[in-house]
Design a protein around this ligand. Sequence first.
Ligand code: NDP
Length: 321
Amino acid sequence: MSEKIERVKTLILGSGPAGYTAAIYAARADLKPIMYTGMEPGGQLTTTTEVDNFPGYPEGIDGPTMMVQLQQQAERFGTEVRIGMATAVDFSNEVGGIHKVTIDDSIVIEAETVIISTGATAKYLNIPSEQRLRGGGVSACAVCDGFFYKGQDVAIVGGGDTAAEEASYLANICNKVTMLVRKDFMRASKAMQHRVNSLPNIDLRYNSEVDEVLGEQVVEGLRIVNNKTGEKEEIPITGFFVAIGHKPNTEIFKGQLEMDETGYLITPGKSTKTSRPGVFASGDVQDKEYRQAVTAAGTGCMAALDAERYLATIETPQEVS
Ligand code: NDP
């Protein structure tokens, strides 16, 4: 296969708040960034409804609109945004070395600096009945698929902010939402818990886990089990939503960049530097603690500043004494 090769100063992988903020800063610093959006242009926020906690939007803003605006802002300063997915990487170990990133198995980008903002992907329970019925009533995105279950009975599993937010969203559309939390408490913030508790059509079940998703072609019900008593119960539902957290998108960086035991890229201290010089990471791919749009944007800014400083040092070699 003939490969197209292109040389750039700064390559940005991923198009969530981290990637776009890195792009805005990198473009303004004249690093002429090229961004590849990845499989989900706009990132996770395109699957959310209202973003109420990003500073500067007193009335809130819906996720997809926010991401379009971020893209426009990045493009205004000269970022080239391209649809495409990094499929292989060959990062240099040398300061000033050139990093090679293959896009869609066909284009090789040679980059002086790379900013990784590839984010994270939704996790599933990974039980056979759930996997079999994905696309047949099992979904990991209430905002994307909730509409299909308008007026019906659904269930959601998870006890974090995502589950609480999605349960509230579903409660507005659906007849009844059964929410399954495996512990006897929710991990979600107090504000989100309050929202869940205030909605009369959310049936919150603690100590409850999914035993099996019922149905042949489409979801028809759920067998749940109380993990304290062992008691099983079948509930009729047509939609089953999984909201149990995310996995960082770092598969292609394995063996090249240092990661923790759960696959998050390691960026020591206050910097966005990875274990290879000139390769930086920002957003959810390196942050399993805060994982907010605003913190992702903050680290995107840091990554662009780190890239700019790195390029300044290699373009102005230190005098040897
Ligand atoms: P979290 O990791 O915070 O929560 C995951 C939830 O899923 C936990 O309740 C966990 O249970 C449960 N869980 C995990 N695995 C299983 C399993 N196999 N079976 C049943 N339950 C399971 O993920 P979130 O996606 O909710 O949130 C991620 C981050 O994003 C958090 O920092 C959150 O605050 C933030 N966020 C903020 C929002 C906002 O501010 N508007 C909206 C959404 C997310 P257990 O507690 O027992 O481990």
